[in-house]
Design a protein around this ligand. Sequence first.
Ligand code: ADP
Ligand code: MG
Length: 276
Amino acid sequence: MTYASISSWNPRSKINKSITVHSYKGGTGKSNLSANAALILAKRGYNVVLFDFDFRAPSLNALFQMNGTQYWINDWLAQRCELTEVLVDLSAQFHTKGRFQVGFTNPSGKAINEMTIHSLDEEWQARVLQLVLDGKDLLFERHNVNFQIFDTSPGFAMSSINAILAADELILVIKMDQLDIVGTQHLIRGVYNQTLGKKPELIVNKVPCSMLQTPDDYKRLKIDLSKKLGVGIIEIIPCFCEVMENMGQTLFVEKQPDHEFSKSIGQLASYFELGN
Ligand SMILES: Nc1ncnc2c1ncn2[C@@H]1O[C@H](COP(=O)(O)OP(=O)(O)O)[C@@H](O)[C@H]1O
Ligand SMILES: [Mg+2]
């Protein structure tokens, strides 16, 4: 299904937020958290657009079992099509109350190579930023979109920096791993605060259950990491074998809505709804 007239999708509210989900290291859970939170928001009645902005390792196609589409995000950025032609409407498939659309990135080796070549091209990147900013206005102002969520590449990728620059809210996802904690510290101080003048908030994901045995353990971890990294922590999510067993093959909140992981994602969606 491709993008059709949006006029029938009345917005549930006046919320207009673009959220970029980023991390220092890969495998922290960005794609799973972004996709599941986006789905919950659409189920709650919001119009949501989810973007795969990880051009090194596109993953939303696998998560949504999308084998092909007429246009990819790559085509929009190369100006071979309009943004609205890229978005795939998954509202009917997921029975959402709000409109749920996803922009997929081409996972083929050839497309990844092309994007890698463009990654250091300053002119290309400046144009990408302009396209993202124009797309943001278009979707919010003309298409009644409430939430735009960008799932990005980890680390210092220029495409991620563009998504960070365009976003209203920034979420960093971190694992309980010393390398990740130290790297995230540098990312926050050097890139977010100093270079981009932005303040992210943190989700701590995949925390070993042995570290979270009592409510006090959650509180202590929150205070400790918040102090160390100088940012607010919006969610601490344990590592669940059931999520690993799902193998990223389906959207977990759809499959197991009552699981603790799905409840955490529900809280994250509420945070996006209600703000801080
Ligand atoms: N809380 C969690 N508990 C267990 N496994 C998780 C959790 N969050 C994510 N995962 C798993 O971690 C792996 C990496 O997640 P992914 O969303 O692809 O990370 P990223 O996009 O940051 O690279 C996936 O196999 C996913 O199912
Ligand atoms: Mg990912």
